[in-house]
Design a protein around this ligand. Structure first.
Ligand code: AMP
Length: 468
């Protein structure tokens, strides 16, 4: 049965704001939690970004809080970006509710936050470090807190905030409602909830709705050496607003440099950047000054950016959960999106794991050939991709039985003339017109070049990768 926002007990002031946001219906986590939170229950919500969890706790809080100029609600978030995102979404939902919402986080001046606090604030959204800083300075009064939210609790634990969180919880009035949201439920979260929550109801949104239905998922079989080429082709074909995910900071930087040198409006984000640089990169991407963002998982987790039309997994992630997180950056809020994953020959098992986890079959996609590619990015021979599990690749040489050639002659040609060590040579199969020889990938390119310059039985030789 499809639920409506009206049926969840939400009052008119907030329904009006929701209507202005063009949301058709409440998401499953909203259906499950809003009525319980309105009733006053403590909640543990197993839901990640992209499921609508912010509004799931934001709507009931906005509805229940009476303006009184002293903070009634404290929302702890792992990062500055998320704190800003949560407060912005709450401000939009609270457009017709006269509550003051303030985000406090490190890396920004503390004075303006103190001044804003003095004016009177109802809801504080902050990162643990800065909240504690305000507590120590005596600029934040938690005596009237009635609602406490731990957002992305697992991530806060991953980031080492456990003691900070416990400290803040210990400073709160006992009679309060506590809400905890987390994508995963490690044991630390269970013990945290046992100690600090009152008979919490556990709400989990089943995994299959995490893969957003508006996202078209595709994969391209491709080796490392041709990924940049494929990426350029994809970017040219659609001119999308794209987030490209890569496995390491090093690869992120490499992609950024290459794309920049071809003239693409691109920026990179990873954990090594200073907070202010990260802010600038995100601002440029949000505003459209850059429309390609290269990111590591850590840097991009939880980001909510309007209008991302494509996600490219430059490297397929090791875990299917990460895959779901990544592709959740596109196709949001009812808009169509596309997720393209590069998969090299030795990574097929990772793709199968994603398919099993998401219970979907991801179709293969070819590198688009339409559209002009900037500069000289060409497809190159990728022997890593062609090699078998022993690292051997097949090279076709333009001489065979019809010219009287035999195996021994080819072996001699390879070892003596092309200077390939015998250890690097595999099976040699002499055909009528051509010969196919297995050569180790590490020397394949050099061997091919040398063979192409040699004469054999009075003729110039040709050599190229063998296609079956
Ligand atoms: P969240 O999981 O809170 O990060 O929300 C993900 C995105 O979905 C945000 O851009 C929200 O504004 C949007 N959103 C939240 N609830 C709904 C809804 N019921 N319908 C459409 N979009 C929504």
């Amino acid at each position: 049965m499809i639920k409506t926002f009206e049926s969840l007990g939400i009052d008119e002031r907030i329904l009006d704001a929701i209507r202005g946001m063009d949301w058709d219906e409440p998401s499953p986590v909203q259906v499950a939690t809003i009525p319980l939170i309105l009733e006053g229950k403590d909640i543990i919500g197993q839901a990640q970004t992209g499921t609508g969890k912010t509004a799931a706790f934001g709507i009931p809080l906005l509805q229940k809080i009476e303006p009184k100029k002293k903070p009634s609600a404290l929302i702890l978030c792992p990062t500055r970006e998320l704190a800003v995102q949560v407060s912005e979404e709450m401000k939009r939902l609270g457009e017709y509710v006269s509550l003051r919402i303030l985000s406090v986080y490190g890396g920004a001046g503390i004075e303006p936050q103190i001044n804003a606090m003095k004016q009177g604030v109802d809801i504080i959204v902050g990162t643990p470090g800065r909240v504690i800083d305000h507590l120590h300075r005596g600029t934040l009064d938690l005596n009237e807190i009635k609602y406490m939210v731990l957002d992305e609790a697992d991530r806060m634990l991953d980031m080492g905030f456990i003691d900070d969180i416990k400290y803040v919880l210990s400073k709160l009035p006992k009679s309060r409602q506590t809400l905890l949201f987390s994508a995963t439920m490690p044991t630390e979260i269970q013990s945290l909830s046992e100690k600090y929550m009152k008979e919490p109801e556990i709400v989990s949104v089943s995994e299959d709705i995490l893969v957003l239905p508006n996202t078209e998922q595709l994969y391209i079989p491709i080796g490392r050496r041709n990924k940049i080429w494929a990426l350029c082709r994809i970017l040219e074909a659609n001119k999308p607003k794209t987030i490209v995910f890569a496995q390491t900071k090093f690869i992120v930087d490499m992609i950024e440099k290459r794309l920049k040198s071809y003239g693409y409006p691109v920026a990179a984000i990873h954990g090594d950047l200073s907070q202010s640089k990260r802010e600038r990169v995100l601002k440029d991407f949000r505003s459209g000054k850059t429309n390609i963002l290269i990111a590591t998982d850590v840097a991009a987790r939880g980001l909510d950016i309007e209008g991302v039309t494509m996600v490219v997994n430059y490297d397929i992630p090791d875990s299917p959960e990460t895959y779901v997180h990544r592709i959740g950056r596109t196709g949001r809020a009812g808009k169509e999106g596309r997720a393209i994953t590069f998969v090299s020959a030795d990574e097929m098992h990772l793709l199968e794991a994603v398919e099993a986890f998401t219970e979907s079959k991801i179709p293969e996609f070819e590198v688009p050939t339409s559209g002009k590619v900037k500069a000289n990015v060409h497809e190159v021979l990728d022997f890593d991709e062609m090699a078998d599990i022993f690292g051997m690749v097949k090279i076709e040489i333009s001489t065979g039985g019809s010219a009287g050639t035999n195996t021994a002659e080819i072996l001699e040609l390879l070892t003596r003339k092309a200077k390939v060590s015998e250890m690097m040579i595999g099976k040699i199969e002499v055909g009528t017109k051509t010969t196919v020889a297995e050569i180790h990938k590490s020397v394949a390119m050099r061997t091919m070049r040398t063979l192409n310059q040699l004469n054999f039985k009075g003729k110039r030789l040709g050599a190229r990768p063998y296609k079956e």
